[in-house]
Structure formats: structure tokens, C-alpha cells
Design a protein around this ligand. Structure first.
Ligand code: ADP
Ligand code: NI
Length: 199
């Protein structure tokens, strides 16, 4: 089946916006969230095109990533209307995106929002989540593990946030995938401790 040309246009737009990111919010993150949003949407009987669009666009206008968030949001809205998404669809996408962020801690108010939040959370855990945690830590000059005098480290971040995410999933299919990724992180942390332990 030929890919919806609107999703292709969104992908191209997103690629331009995130190609220089070094904090784990690059194009690859957007792509995985878009594709997992679509996959979860199919399983949860939510509109897959809206879910994929919201997945692609979920970090556009994020205050920590954009110097002018309002301008970015305006541009995002303009693109959706240009691509003939209806006003209702555009609003649904925006509403879904608003609740995605962990930091803001909001509960999604729609199935679309639930699916996209789950897809974003999945990308913070498991093998990919591990890679992103150390990428982020490296970009911020943070230690791998807590050394004396450190108040934060990437390993600390697993306990502060990543190990909590599988218990916070919205959808059944998201939870199933999150459980698998959670077990993988637990195994990884055990092995990390074992390698540190010399006696
Ligand atoms: P979001 O934009 O999804 O709200 P964040 O910006 O907090 O999330 O996180 C983006 C990525 O960076 C995630 O994979 C997250 O685990 C990682 N990250 C965020 N804070 C830290 C930290 N203090 N140490 C290591 N990784 C982090
Ligand atoms: Ni994200």
C-alpha cells in the first residue's frame, strides 16, 4: 500500500526540524514514536493516520528543544491545515500531543493521546531507552554512574524515572511491550552492578 502522502510530507518536515539534535530527541526518536504510535493505534482501534501524524509531531514546539516554541506550533498547525487535515483532526492531534510529556505529568484525555504517550514512553525504556539515557547524559556532561559527590548520573535516571514507566502505560498493547522492555532494563542493571563488583 502506498504511504499516505501527507505522512510523507510530515516526515520530511520533521527531519528538517530535528536533524541536528544531540540529546536523544533526533529524527530517529520521532520516527520510532511515529511507527509505534501507528502500531499501537491499530491494536487499540484508534485512527492510525492521526496517530502516526501525532507521533511524528509530538516534540515540535517543546520548550526545551525550540528557541521559539510558539512559532514552531504555528508552523505545525499551518502544515496540518495545508495537508487538508480537518479542523477537528488538527485539534485532536494537538490535544493528543499536549499530554505526551512525562515532565508535565498529564493524563491523556483521548485514546489518541493515550497511544502517543505510550509510544513516547516506550522509546525511553528497553534497549533503546538505555541508549538514549547515556546519549542524553553524555550531551549534558553527566556521569555514567554516581561517583562520590555526584547528585545525578545516567544510572540514577533509571531509578528516578525509567523503571517507573512500565507501570504508567495507558494501553494494553503498550503495557505488554513495556513489560518486556522493563525486564530487559532490570537485567542490564544487574549485569552493570555485577561488573562493578570485584569481590
Ligand atoms: P520527554 O521529552 O519525553 O518529556 P525527557 O526530555 O525528560 O523526556 O527525556 C528524553 C530522553 O532523555 C529520554 O530517553 C530520557 O530517559 C533521557 N533523559 C532525560 N533526563 C535524563 C537524565 N537526567 N539522565 C539520563 N537520561 C535522561
Ligand atoms: Ni519524545
Amino acid at each position: 500500500m502506498e504511504k499516505d502522502h501527507r505522512l510523507k510530507r510530515i516526515e520530511t518536515y520533521v527531519k528538517k526540524q530535528f536533524e541536528h539534535d544531540t540529546t536523544g530527541h533526533g529524527f530517529d526518536h520521532m520516527k520510532r514514536v511515529a511507527l509505534w504510535s501507528r502500531k499501537l493505534a491499530v491494536e487499540e482501534e484508534v485512527d492510525p493516520v492521526l496517530a502516526e501524524a501525532a507521533g511524528w509531531l509530538h516534540d515540535i514546539g517543546d520548550e526545551k528543544l525550540f528557541t521559539n516554541p510558539d512559532k514552531a506550533l504555528e508552523e505545525r498547525n499551518r502544515l496540518l491545515l495545508e495537508l487538508n487535515f480537518t479542523l477537528i483532526q488538527k485539534n485532536e492531534i494537538n490535544k493528543a500531543i499536549e499530554t505526551v510529556s512525562f515532565r508535565k505529568g498529564k493524563k491523556p484525555s483521548s485514546y489518541l493521546g493515550a497511544v502517543v504517550q505510550d509510544a513516547d514512553r516506550l522509546d525511553a525504556i528497553g534497549a533503546i531507552g538505555i541508549a538514549r539515557a547515556f546519549t542524553y547524559g553524555g550531551a549534558k556532561g553527566q556521569s555514567i554512574d554516581n561517583e562520590e559527590g555526584d547528585t545525578s548520573s545516567s544510572i540514577q535516571h533509571f531509578h528516578d524515572k525509567l523503571l517507573k514507566l512500565s507501570g504508567m502505560m495507558n494501553t494494553e498493547s503498550g503495557r505488554l511491550e513495556a513489560d518486556r522492555r522493563h525486564r530487559f532494563m532490570e537485567k542490564y542493571l544487574l549485569e552493570f552492578s555485577r561488573e562493578k563488583q570485584l569481590d
